[in-house]
Design a protein around this ligand. Structure first.
Ligand code: SAM
Length: 463
């Protein structure tokens, strides 16, 4: 039976009360956040809605410190892979909208291999499969075939080591099949937790059923998928309402499955073929979007946060300091888009990306800004998912695991895909960061492994 744990009135009351909160009560919330104490819904609503510049600066300061303490300088890199744009839904914001007329397609397995080959040549090890919803044209069996095909591909430099999946809400039985196929995270954006707006923007199709969509992670968890990734599409509804919705959803999953969101994505509405962005009244400006990102970081410190190439590079830079721990790079949002791009063919994306830099230049610039681009997929391969990952993160031991893995995978990437300048940058970052591995024997082993990768006598090391 589908249930709703999103109490609309409760969220509205919290946001209304927050509007009248005085500086003193906000200072108490900020102090709690500074001390790393967990925040109440009232605290979060206050932080979200404040417009006091001093408070906002403090929110950024706290979010930045949390980010640094828990995630260090590591940024995980991934790319989306669109496999099918057939869709039976009519979502007003999406170019895959059933009523939007364009030539639709689904990758053949040969086309899929070609796309994956290009992504591998860009250095990607972690992909997110994306598809529209269509039981006819894109049944779960097709997705399973894609996953099997990708995992079977082997290249000189290794293989795709983790496939996350962002496909429409489905049945427990189908989630069981996806789990068996070895997916990483199952990602699904609620789009909005505001049920009224949800029904306005989802005009027809199975996705129109708010509760079916809302309870998808329960079915996924019941089927054994314990890494689930949530998100809302900012720009559809009141963003503060949606952040509170995300937190309630997370708490529901924590309570019921002992494991909340593995990641939260923060997609923001972009222009797309077949829709007019001006017709959406709740677009979110950069300042609000930045504040929201920082408040999510403070509210759920151990949940990874994902930012896509929907955002421009300058804003991406800022948000990386405030909470983002994973970014996509070199993305195409179109079926067959990587192959088309290589052949300079005209494209027809799901939405228009705002960061069109190549993967290698994004990765190189991350290092210029002091970050460690990480191609790590170790937790998934070691079975550290769900609550096992969360307890590692909460214990603080994550630094002895993620940091060595980030440095070793960056070294491997630099040897496989970088030029001399890139390798020098990677070596400089490694020299600086290696001493942040607290455990002496893990540090020593990491140094040995990096030497082996550099000399070509070993690869694919992880803790
Ligand atoms: N069909 C699946 C579903 O229904 O959840 C996967 C969705 S789609 C491939 C991935 C995401 O793209 C959507 O969940 C939506 O949030 C986002 N998206 C769609 N149109 C967008 C737009 N115009 N701007 C930004 N993001 C958009």
């Amino acid at each position: 039976m589908s249930t709703s744990f999103i109490n609309r009135q409760y969220i509205e009351n919290l946001l209304e009360d927050a509007k009248h909160a005085d500086d003193a009560s906000l200072a108490v919330s900020l102090e709690k956040a500074q001390q790393g104490k967990s925040l109440s819904h009232k605290d979060v609503a206050g932080l979200l809605t404040t417009e006091n510049p001093e408070h906002i600066e403090e929110i950024y300061d706290i979010a930045g410190k949390i980010k640094k303490r828990i995630y260090g300088s590591r940024i995980v890199i991934f790319a989306p892979l669109y496999v099918s744009d057939y869709c039976v839904n009519r979502c007003t914001y999406c170019s895959f909208n059933h009523n939007h007329k364009f030539k639709r397609s689904r990758l053949t397995m040969d086309e899929l291999r070609q796309e994956v080959k290009i992504l591998e040549m860009m250095g990607h090890k972690r992909l997110a499969i994306e598809a529209g919803e269509s039981n006819e044209e894109c049944p779960v069996e097709y997705i399973l075939e894609c996953i099997k095909t990708i995992y079977e591909m082997k290249f000189d430099n290794g293989e795709i080591r983790r496939i996350n999946v962002n496909i429409a809400a489905t049945t427990e039985e189908n989630y069981r099949k996806l789990k068996k196929a070895g997916i990483g995270t199952y990602i699904l954006f609620q789009e909005t937790y505001d049920e009224h707006i949800y029904s306005q923007v989802h005009i027809a199709g199975p996705k129109k059923d708010f509760l079916w969509h809302l309870n998808a992670f329960d079915r996924a968890q019941d089927a054994g998928i314990d890494d689930v990734g949530g998100g809302v599409l900012f720009g559809l509804a009141n963003p503060y309402f949606d952040v509170m919705g995300l937190l309630l959803h997370n708490e529901h999953l924590e309570k019921k499955y002992n494991s909340g969101f593995h990641t939260i994505s923060v997609p923001r509405l972009c222009s797309a073929p077949g829709m007019n962005i001006e017709s959406f009244p709740n677009l979110v400006d950069d300042e609000t979007f930045t504040k929201i990102t920082a408040v999510i970081r403070i509210a759920v410190p151990f949940t990874g946060m994902i930012l896509s190439t929907r955002e421009k590079s300058a804003l991406r830079k800022k948000l990386l300091q405030l909470g983002i721990s994973q970014v996509s790079a070199g993305s195409s949002t179109e079926v067959g888009g990587y192959t088309k791009r290589q052949h300079n063919e005209k494209t027809n994306p799901q939405f228009l990306v705002n960061d069109e830099r190549s993967a290698v230049s994004i990765i190189s610039e991350l290092m210029d800004d002091g970050f460690i681009p990480s191609f790590c997929t170790a937790c998934y391969r070691e079975g550290r998912t769900g609550d096992r990952f969360m307890s590692l993160a909460k214990s603080g031991e994550i630094g002895n695991v993620c940091l060595p893995n980030a440095l070793m995978t960056l070294c491997e990437y630099s040897m496989d895909y970088g030029d001399d300048t890139f390798r020098q940058k990677a070596a400089a970052i490694t020299e600086k960061e290696i001493f942040n591995i607290a455990n002496g024997s893990i540090r020593q082993k990491t140094i040995e492994n990096i030497t082996k990768i550099q000399s070509g006598s070993g690869r694919d090391f992880y803790v």
